[in-house]
Design a protein around this ligand. Structure first.
Ligand code: IPE
Ligand code: IPE
Ligand code: MG
Length: 249
């Protein structure tokens, strides 16, 4: 796998974020949970814009996990509606910023209208050359790995691939986001310190950053604080600290 080392002070190229804490943000204000999700959209806008302004290559944002269907039906419905509305309202901003929008996750349970809007958004922004914004919607890391395994099994069954040729590099080419740099930095807001089935394969060497800040409160300064933390880390990728220092010198 290709992972580029980062020297102290460098910015991540690809940031993956679990935007967590919307419900608690609303609860703290004695508001229904949907208010937190709506406020969370504002944070999403701020953070994407700041990522663009800081010159990131890509941002992947976890909007809805494959497990979030377990939530009350009304909340799921509202999240789907919000997804559609935001998709429409953000297109101009993305185009103005030369940003590319992509989705990752299993789209089959989404309404045909939403799926169409997703394809349209990807096509409309597809030729932009700025930052790639990836929205993980009905995404699960295990789903992603299972997909790659199934694609390879099809190749083996067709006689185009030998089982002994399957290695990490080949799986990597079948996993989602393979065309982007691997996430350098993972941020989870909301205080929980877990992956919740996000990018399991892709985050093998990602730097983790957890903050108690609830997602609707997350802003440019909070993102910069995460970048600062990233910039102070020494990424060793299995080597010794001395080796990494020599390579960087
Ligand atoms: C994250 O906030 C948004 C989604 C999962 C869609 P939550 O809704 O999980 O907020 P908390 O964790 O309940 O506070
Ligand atoms: C993870 O948050 C998914 C998203 C932010 C979209 P959850 O709030 O669903 O995660 P758990 O259930 O606390 O692990
Ligand atoms: Mg949560």
């Amino acid at each position: 796998m290709s992972s580029s080392d980062s020297t102290p002070g460098t910015l991540p190229r690809h940031v993956a974020i679990i935007m967590d804490g919307n419900g608690r943000w609303a609860k703290n204000r004695k508001l229904p949970r949907p208010f937190g999700h709506r406020e969370g959209v504002k944070a999403l806008r701020r953070v994407v814009q700041h990522g663009i302004d800081r010159g990131l290559d890509a941002m992947t944002l976890f909007a809805f996990s494959s497990e979030n269907w377990r939530r009350p039906a009304l909340e799921v419905k509202l999240l789907m509606e919000l997804f559609s509305v935001v998709l429409r309202s953000e297109m101009k901003r993305l185009m103005d910023n030369n940003a590319r929008l992509r989705f990752v996750g299993d789209r089959t349970p989404f309404s045909p209208r939403l799926r169409e809007a997703m394809i349209q958004a990807e096509e409309t922004t597809g030729r932009n050359t700025g930052m790639t914004v990836v929205i993980a919607a009905n995404y699960g890391g295990r789903w992603d790995i299972a997909n790659a395994a199934r694609e390879l099994a099809v190749e083996v069954a067709a006689g185009r691939l030998q089982p002994e040729d399957i290695d990490a590099g080949l799986i990597q080419r079948h996993i989602s986001l393979a065309d982007l740099p691997e996430p350098d930095l993972f941020i989870r807001t909301g205080g929980e310190e877990r992956i919740s089935n996000f990018l399991l394969w892709q985050m093998a060497y990602t730097e983790f950053y957890f903050t108690d800040c609830l997602w609707p409160d997350f802003d440019e300064a909070a993102l910069d604080a995460a970048f600062d933390s990233f910039g102070r880390r020494q990424r060793r990728f299995g080597r010794t600290g001395d080796q990494v220092e020599q390579r960087g010198a």
